[in-house]
Each structure stands twice: as structure tokens, then as C-alpha cells.
Design a protein around this ligand. Sequence first.
Ligand code: DAH
Length: 479
Amino acid sequence: MLQTKAISSKLLRWNIKGFATARVTYIESACDSLFVNKKEYKVNQEWTNVTPTILNLTARALFLKNNHPIGILRNMIENKMNIIDNSYSIHNNFKPVVSTFENFDSLGFPMDHPGRSKSDTYYINKDFLLRTHTSAHEIACFKQLKGTPSDVKSGFLISADVYRRDEIDRTHYPVFHQMEGARIWERGTEDKENDSIEPTHITQMRKDIDKLHKQLEKEETKIIVQDNASLDDNPKQDYMTDLEVDLCQQHLKRSVELVVAEVFNKKIQSMKQSKMNQDEIPKELKVRWIKAYFPWTAPSWEIEVWWQGEWLEICGCGLVRQDVLIKSGYAKDSTIGWAFGLGLDRIAMLLFEVPDIRLFWSLDSRFHDQFQKNEITPFVPYSKYPGTTRDVAFWLPDDNLEVEVHENDIMEIVRNVAGDLVEYVKLIDEFKNPKTGKTSQCYRINYQSMDRNITNEEINKLQETVRKELTRKYNLEVR
Ligand code: DAH
């Protein structure tokens, strides 16, 4: 039976895989400790699943490079967010290892959330992991913001590389980049001096929203917003008034729309300068707000942008749960605010017309020399090297053995053996033998280099190693 898989969102959802997983014995020799960013961590048979390939990528910090598409995009968004009143402090130096507590527990992730599973997350050991999202640093930044006068900073932006075990194809890489944003207002008392009966924070929010509207009006690209997301099963928090929810969400949504306007405006300008058919260039931009669920915000939303015939999901957000603010040191009922998390890689691929996410990680100067700070220019392919496919098929052992093998485990083996020479890995066939009850799976691997020609001999060797590793690590019966 051949199954197809829905394309899962890299940014927002943890995908729950539909394919069979089998219980097999995991044979891996372990050493006692490993080092990441010069810090030593104890490893543990049951939890450790980071690999040297992934750990090596923690040193790259692409988002900090001013001439790299991800770095250019980050810069652009930071500047735009601060264009109105410079309210956001910038945090770009958080290290990728965080505690399980920071990444999940402190944000209210339930114990059975799929994101916590070893098949989706790179664990250093039970207590430490490679962050799966920039939200892991929200509380640390809220704490810092708490000590800063609100007329100096009332929000923050965090950019970082984030890590998730995932499939291998042109738009998925185990490391990608996110930008987190947040903004708060401390509740005030009635503003008697201004002859107003409204509390000061409400007056302030109205002013802040007004500034955003004025800024949006100045933008060249007009945004058509569809927002039918009701609060029916996306309830507000009791401690916020209806008016506060309304103003807070307006500020959040207009801020995110400003980022969208900036990014796509730059793209449209770059398209106008190109030789492309000018009728194909969009004159306006359609976005829609849909309701969502995140454990640390309520209500929550996602924004999607209509681009070249499809809705692109680019950002999740919501009004920060009071519990998170209290953990950050704010007194109960004292503060309200919003947060968002934006995926940078998909947007950068679209802006710079980068066809394969592996190119971001290439060390080839023919890629890197093409980009410059503050400029959006389409990537010019230097060459398309041919690819070659190989299939590998195996029987999964019976269900009653000890440890599970997941589709992401197969991806990881291939990635460790062949690195960025793998263009994609796909499960192309799966069936159960009715007599033996055993399940067979067949994966297709496409080997292709971004930078050079590959030889059959070289690929045959890699393929043989993949086969051996499947047997060695998971005891699979390769056919
Ligand atoms: N961290 C979320 C993700 O990776 C994105 C996100 C959603 C961030 C809502 C937020 C938020 O700050 O409020 O899927």
C-alpha cells in the first residue's frame, strides 16, 4: 500500500506521523558525556539522540551573517519592528542547548505533546535538548524586560537557530530559524490628568495602535486582511477585559502585518526590477488570520499569506498567558501582552528564490557571494548537478520487541551517512505480509550535490553504509 503524507508545517506544528513504527532493539554504544558550545553534558542511553552531524551545525549561526539570506531577512524585520518607537530590545546570542523545562514545561506543554517525543526532538539527555523553538527564551527575556523602564523598552525580539528531527526534502532541514517577538503593557490607573476616565495603559495602547495604522498606511504594498477568527473555542483569559483583549490583539495583528508588508513589498520591488512579466506581479497582498492553539498564549492565531496560488503559514501568535508573565516576575494582574513566532527559512527561500533549503548551509562561495546586506536579489543557480536515486527496503521486526524505530530515525541514519548529499528521502512503499504479519517498508533516497558532480561509485558506498547502519542500529532485516 502506498501512502502519501500531508505536508506538515515546519514552523508551527509537530507532525504526527501516520506510518507504522515498530518496536526494535536499539543497539548503540554510548560515551559518558558530550560537549556543546564548550559545555559538558552527561549523555544517557535512553534519551541522547543528538548526532555529531547536528552538533556541528550549532556552530554555524547563519542568522547572524549579514550577507546571508537568513541574516538579511532578520535584519530587515528587526529594523521594521523598531521603526516606530524603537520599543524592542534585540536578543540574538542565546545558545541552542536549553533545558527541557525551558523549552516545554515552563510554557505549559502537556506531558503527552508530540513535540516532546524523542522522534521529534534532539535530546542531549533527559534534562537538556536542542531548542525546538525560540519561545524557549521568552521567560528569560520577559524577566529582563521587567527590569527595564517601559518608556525605554516594552518588548523584545529573539532570533535563533532551532532544531527538529524531521523528514528530508527541499524545504525541510533539521535546523531552521525563528524570530520571536513580544510586547507588554503594565496596567495603569485612571488617567485623571488627561481628563479621561480610561486607565493609562488603555490610552497608551490606543496611541500605539494608532501609530501602527499610520505606518501601515505609508507602506507601498496594501494588505487586504481577512479576519473571521472568532473567540468561540479560542477563549480569552479571565484576567483580561474584553477591551484589553481587543486592543492587545489589534496591536499584535497590525505589528505582524507590518512585517508582512515590509517583506513582501521588498520582494515586489525586486520583481519589478527583474525582466519578469509585469502582469504577474501582485498589486496587493492578501492575508488571513485563523485561530490556533499554543499552550502559552490565549487566545492564539496564525497568519497566512496568499502567495503564488497558495496560503503560506508564516507566523503563530497570541496573547501571553498570565502564568508565563507571573513566572517572569510580573505581579499577578499587573501586566498584559502578546507574543509571536515567525519562521524565517520559508520566507527567505521565497524572497531570494532559493530552490533547496540545503543551499543556505552550503559552504560554496558561489552561493554566498551573491548576497549583500539589506538587498533582496534572486539567487542565480550556478549549476544543476544531476541526482541519482537508490531504494532501500527492509522488514520491520515484530511488534513485541523493546524500542521503537520512527520514520525520523531512518532520516537521521541517512543524514549521518550522507549529510547534505541527500536531496530527499521518501517512504515510497509499505505493506504487511498477511502470512507472517511482518511489515515491509521501502524508502527512496535521492543523492544530489549542490556544488559538484557525484560518482556512482561514491553513492554505492554511501548506500551500502546506510544499509549496514540500519541493521547495526535497529536490527532491521534489510532486503
Ligand atoms: N513557537 C511556536 C512554534 O514554533 C510559534 C509561536 C506561536 C510563538 C505562538 C509564539 C506564540 O510566541 O505566541 O510553533
